[in-house]
Design a protein around this ligand. Structure first.
Ligand SMILES: *Cc1c(COP(=O)(O)O)cnc(C)c1O
Length: 411
C-alpha cells in the first residue's frame, strides 16, 4: 500500500474511468441525472446500482471526495455533508430518539454545545455534560438509554487531550457508541481507526479545505457491532447487520435533512486534500517553534501546547499524536487589556475565528466566542480573560515569530 500523501493525490488512480481521461475530478454541477432506461431508474431508486439520481442524495464529485477520505482514514463508510455541524446533527439524529441521552464534556465547540443543550434537548434528547477528566464520573452517567459518548480531541480552546483510550474502554464495556470530533487533528495526526472509535466526524472547512475556501463536513463510520444495542436501529440491524447505522443515516436522515455538500465545495475540498499532509507537517513544525518561543517570552504567563515537555498532556500527545498535537496554541497574558493591545499590534497574523488555516489567526475567546456566557460559566469552562487562542499557519516561521515579537513588545 502506498503512503497516505500519495494516495490523497492520486485517489484510486483510474483516469480511464473519467470522461476524457481528465486528471482532475470534474465538478458535476447538476441537480439530476439521466437514466438509460426505466429499469435503470427503478434499480437506482432501490439502491441496486451505483448510478446517481439526484445530487441531494449523491453526486460524482462528492463521491470522489468520500472515496479519498476512506483512503485517508481507513473508515468503512464516509458521507460528506454541507458543514461540520451538519455532520454532527446527522449523526445524533440517526442515533437518538426522544428519551435517549448522550454523554459529553462541558468543553465543546460553541455551536455543538448549543446543538446538544438546546436543539436536541427540545426533542427530548438529553446531553449529559460530565467531567471527562474523571472517568468514574463519566461511567456513572451511562444508563440504559445512553446512545453515545461524544469527545472533542483536543478540546478548544482549553486544548485538553482526554484519555481517549480509557473512554474507548468504557464505551466498549458498556456497548455505547463512541463519536469523536477530529476536526483539529484529522486522521493524519490522530487515526481514529486505531483507538476504538465507532464514528468520527470533522469539519472539512478547517484542515481539509486548507485555505478556508468552503464549508463542508464528513461522517466516517468504522467497523462496529454496537448498533445492535440501539433500539432505534433495530430494523436496520435485522436487515443490514453491521451496516445498520450507515443505512439509517444514508437512506433516511441525510436525505430528509437535506444538508448535502455542493459539488463545487467538494471539488475545493478535493484540492485541499491533495496537500493536507504537507500542510499539516509544516504547520505542526511552525506551531512547536511558536510555542517554544512564547514559553520563553517574559510577557507571556503561560503556554498550552501539548508538544512542550512541561505540558500536563505531553505524555498523552506523544502516545496519541506522535508528539504532533495540531496547530492550536493557548497563550495566557495578564488580562483582557493586554490581550487586546497585543492583538491590535499584530501586523501579519490575522484577528479571525477560523483555525487549521493556511493563515495564522488569533482570537480572544472570552470577548468573542463566549461573549454571552456569565463569568461563572466562563470560569467553569476555563475561559479566562487573559486567554488567547492562536492558530498557527503556513507562513515562514521567521515572519510569524517577528510579528509575535513586535506585538508582544507593544503589549
Ligand atoms: C468548525 C468546527 C465545527 C463545525 O464545523 P462547520 O464546518 O463550521 O460547521 C465542529 N467542531 C469543531 C471542533 C470545529 O472546529
Amino acid at each position: 500500500m502506498r503512503h497516505i500523501s500519495s494516495l490523497l493525490i492520486h485517489g484510486s488512480g483510474e483516469t480511464s474511468s473519467t470522461p476524457h481521461r481528465s486528471l482532475k475530478t470534474p465538478i458535476y454541477e447538476t441537480a439530476s441525472f439521466d437514466f438509460e432506461s426505466a429499469e435503470d431508474a427503478e434499480k437506482s431508486f432501490m439502491g441496486l446500482n451505483d448510478s446517481h439520481a439526484y445530487s441531494r442524495i449523491s453526486n460524482p464529485t462528492v463521491t470522489e471526495l468520500q472515496e479519498r477520505l476512506k483512503l485517508f482514514s481507513g473508515a468503512e463508510q464516509v458521507l460528506c455533508v454541507a458543514s461540520g455541524m451538519a455532520a454532527i446533527s446527522n449523526v445524533f439524529i440517526t442515533l437518538c430518539k426522544s428519551g435517549d441521552n448522550i454523554i459529553t464534556s462541558r468543553y465543546l465547540f460553541g455551536n455543538t454545545y448549543s446543538f446538544f443543550a438546546r436543539t436536541l434537548n427540545s426533542f427530548g434528547i438529553e446531553a449529559r455534560f460530565t467531567d471527562f477528566e474523571n472517568l468514574e464520573v463519566l461511567e456513572k452517567n451511562i444508563d440504559g438509554n445512553t446512545r453515545a459518548i461524544f469527545v472533542e480531541l483536543p478540546t478548544n480552546p482549553q486544548l485538553i487531550l482526554f484519555d481517549i483510550e480509557g473512554i474507548a474502554k468504557i464505551a466498549k464495556e458498556k456497548n455505547v457508541v463512541l463519536v469523536v470530533d477530529n476536526t483539529v487533528l484529522t486522521p493524519y495526526l490522530f487515526p481514529c481507526s486505531e483507538h476504538g472509535v465507532d464514528i468520527e466526524i470533522f469539519s472539512n472547512t478547517k484542515f481539509v479545505s486548507g485555505g478556508a475556501t468552503s464549508i463542508g463536513g464528513s461522517i466516517l463510520v468504522y467497523k462496529s457491532d454496537k448498533w445492535t444495542a440501539n433500539p432505534k436501529l433495530q430494523p436496520e440491524v435485522e436487515k443490514f447487520g453491521t451496516d445498520a447505522f450507515f443505512k439509517r443515516l444514508f437512506k433516511e436522515i441525510y436525505r430528509n435533512i437535506g444538508a448535502c455538500l455542493s459539488p463545487n465545495n467538494a471539488y475545493l475540498q478535493l484540492l485541499g486534500l491533495e496537500t493536507i499532509t504537507l500542510r499539516i507537517d509544516k504547520i505542526v513544525d511552525n506551531s512547536t517553534k511558536v510555542a517554544q518561543y512564547l514559553l520563553e517570552h517574559p510577557k507571556v504567563k503561560a503556554v498550552k501546547y501539548a508538544a512542550l515537555p512541561h505540558d500536563p498532556d505531553y505524555e498523552r500527545a506523544q502516545q496519541l499524536t506522535g508528539g504532533r498535537p495540531g496547530c492550536l496554541v493557548g497563550v495566557e497574558l495578564q488580562d483582557r487589556e493586554q490581550c487586546f493591545r497585543f492583538m491590535n499590534a499584530l501586523k501579519m497574523i490575522r484577528r479571525g475565528t477560523n483555525f487549521c488555516d493556511n493563515k495564522s489567526m488569533i482570537i480572544h475567546p472570552s470577548s468573542t466566542i463566549y461573549w454571552d456566557f456569565s463569568p461563572e460559566e466562563k470560569a467553569k469552562m476555563r475561559i479566562s480573560e487573559g486567554l488567547l487562542r492562536l492558530s498557527v499557519g503556513l507562513e515562514h516561521i521567521d515572519d510569524i515569530l517577528a510579528d509575535l515579537d513586535q506585538a508582544l513588545n507593544l503589549a
